[in-house]
Design a protein around this ligand. Sequence first.
Ligand code: GLN
Length: 485
Amino acid sequence: MNPCDQTIHELQDLLARGEISAVELTRSYLERIDALDPTVGAYLTLARESALEQAAEADRRRSAGDAPSLCGIPLAIKDVLCTKGLRTTCGSRILENFIPPYDATVIEKLKTAGAVILGKVSMDEFAMGSSNENCAFGTPRNPWSLEHVCGGSSGGSGAAVAAGLCAGSLGSDTGGSIRQPASYCGVVGLKPTYGRVSRYGLVAYASSLDQVGPLTRDVTDCAILLQAISGFDPRDSTSIDRPTPDYRAALGQGGAGLTVGVPREYFGDGLDPEVERAVRQGIDALAAAGARIVDISLPHSAYGVAAYYIIAPAEASSNLSRFDGVRYGLRDLEADSLIDMFQRTRAQGFGPEVKRRIIIGAFALSSGYYDAYYKKASQVRTLIVEDFRRAFAECDVIAAPVTPTPAWRLGERLHDPLSMYLSDILTIPANLAGLPGMSLPCGFSSAGLPIGLQLMANHFAEETLLRAAFAVEQELALERRTPPL
Ligand code: GLN
């Protein structure tokens, strides 16, 4: 048995029975990373020493009879979450040497739960992208096919979980960045309800959309990690004060009694037939588990991409103004005035996609254009929220594809931003409406690339979401495979 191929819940049992120690487990992961990550390229920073210290501490805690839920479980963290004393780059030159003086709330929670942080994993710069090709420090590859993208922006998380380079990972999702790489890498990913998980210490991209969530090997692991990171945080003004349910307990309740809505607009032009076939199999699995399947309509979904690519850049242009060479990271030393220093620092520090977003966002917010773009986009957002409100009067869960196609070839869309943006069409609506959404494996394409099923539920209905996902996972019983690396 290779411990790196196990799920978190299996590792919990192995650790509890004393069949492996946290230090041994962490060593196994570090060895596997040394062997395979030169090929995959998931890690930006490996925290070898601190990981082994945390593992030793986990072993001490366990022998003292204090073993919290993630005691000794090795995880990888998207490089957008602040980790005290551990470099946090956001995939950007401008933060190349930034070492945060504090932990994000979710990191604090993982540490309290006894987790081992193996390191920080790759992402599109400031979480802007759908292929991880916008990272300033190289592009990870899809472990299922090294010629294909692993998705983005949490591509390092998806690739690391798929390749067995960590037991689970945290990512962030603003327009699909957890669900899409989960789909492309054949793992489970969950974007929680906006407000469910603290954003404190998550470097902001678009604050009204961003959420932190888990990427894992199966649905049970997803419930376990969501449990560990959820809950009210007074340091995040958008965090909601509501008790965290027992997510794992929700899993075994089966599909009977659930109504699943299938939105006809999500199966339109441009949907790859292989994706459609696999997704329909996932929906059939829900029916086999006892769920009632109904046809629904989300008529304004098609406008989601246009609204999102105004709202997200608008918020980003404001959020990214803090990277000015004064307070964090890179500073140009040749400048001869303060303004010149701002300009030169930002010109060198940001990559082309980030600059494009700042320009679009600043334009959309500028006087004379605000009403035509930002206000209009906000109105469209309200229509999308209304669509979902009506849909959830008829169903408990919505089932759809995650993306129109499986992973594309590296480089294929890099110089065509519009085609890259359009690939987010099926994930963006959940962000605009603040709803929880998941991706879970439902099959493979003929080329051997994973395909994900997207499930969405009402605000704070993560239990229902996980219950439906678990039912699909049980019904499909896909063979658990590790990519041939
Ligand atoms: N691909 C989308 C974007 O580039 C979503 C990214 C994300 O969810 N962080 O903005």
